[in-house]
Write a protein that binds this ligand. Structure first.
Ligand SMILES: [Cu+2]
Length: 331
């Protein structure tokens, strides 16, 4: 039993997460998490690399400074286009990225800093909210309680080894829900440390990051591998996980260890259209939504959790209380 709600309000779409907790006995709990997520507004003037001939180190230097200016221009103008479209989260993201570049023209700093602040404030004033009055927002907890009441009495509980928390993420604006990162945070109980992942790769392929969004547990190593015939220079300004690969050619690879939880926005110094994310999760219980929004987290022990969802089109994580009950294992 799952429900799906996807509401659209004036000027923004709503990213909704429908959570179903299926226990081994077949009981299913449902819940909903929703957060305002403005539709993204693609900026169309980002065609790179610039058609500049590179035959000498001087040529490369010219191309690099030209493309840095182009990146600045695109963050500047792309933020304005998003602002005009009412997509304040995207405007804030682009302008904040711009303001972290150093050195930066004082005029840009003076004009953009107050606008970036306004955009972030406007994005935040469309906060996480339940979808229109179609039921309680704490549906997961309420349904869990109801299901616990209906569990057959007097049957000995046994450990739940295969509880699956699954559901569907909907919304995400024009990007769709795919790639949304979903994780559980245990409340009032010991949560095991996540095991760092091995062999994770974000390729640069056809001037795109593949995958566009990669979720990894805290402490994981990620290889940034250039599979194009052109140079890339991947970097991130997302504190405290900022890094810079430097310029590297086809077949080249750079390894970064992500030690702190949170979103890490990936950009390329040479190609302003390239955008991607590593999301570093501080939980062993996490998953990413597929293109249709479906996700599934296995082996979740009974307990109280916050289920949290991050999507690049939403200004902040969505959060919902969730009860995974031991009673559900009876049967
Ligand atoms: Cu690149």
């Amino acid at each position: 039993m799952t429900t799906r709600r996807n509401a659209r309000g004036a000027g923004r779409t709503v990213l909704a997460v429908t959570v179903a907790v299926a226990l081994v006995a077949g009981l299913t709990f449902t819940g909903v998490v929703a957060v305002g997520a403005p539709a993204s507004s693609p900026w169309l003037g980002e065609d790179l690399p610039l058609p500049l001939t590179v035959k000498t180190p001087q040529d490369l230097a010219v191309k690099q400074v030209a493309e840095r200016q182009y990146l600045i221009f695109n963050l500047l103008a792309g933020g304005k286009v998003a602002w005009d479209a009412g997509d304040f989260a995207t405007a804030a993201t682009k302008w904040e990225a711009l303001l972290r570049l150093h050195p930066l023209d004082a005029d840009i700093e003076r004009v953009i800093r107050p606008l970036a602040r306004d955009a972030r404030a406007k994005a935040a004033s469309a906060p996480a909210s339940a979808t229109s009055g179609a039921g309680p927002t704490d549906g997961a907890a309420a349904a869990a309680t109801a299901a616990a009441r209906t569990a057959a009495p007097g049957v000995e509980a046994r450990p739940v080894a295969s509880t699956v928390v699954s559901g569907t993420v909907t919304g995400g604006g024009t990007l769709g829900p795919g790639g949304a990162v979903v994780w559980l945070k245990r409340l009032g109980g010991e949560m095991p440390r996540p095991t760092p992942a091995k062999g994770k790769v974000v390729a640069q392929r056809n001037k795109s990051f593949v995958p566009r969004v990669l979720a990894v547990p805290v402490g994981s190593k990620v290889d940034f591998r250039n599979e194009d015939t052109i140079f890339h220079n991947v970097f991130s300004l997302s504190k405290p996980n900022e890094f810079d690969t430097g310029l590297y050619k086809q077949g080249g690879s750079y390894t970064q260890v992500f030690k702190k939880a949170g979103p890490v926005q990936l950009l390329c110094n040479i190609h302003s259209t390239m955008i991607g994310y590593v999301y570093v999760v501080d939980s062993p219980y996490f998953a990413q939504a597929d293109a249709g929004g479906a996700f599934s987290i296995r082996n979740v022990p009974p307990g109280e959790y916050d289920i949290e969802v991050w999507h690049e089109a939403s200004s902040k994580e969505a959060r919902q209380r969730l009860t995974v009950g031991a009673d559900g294992a009876r049967g």
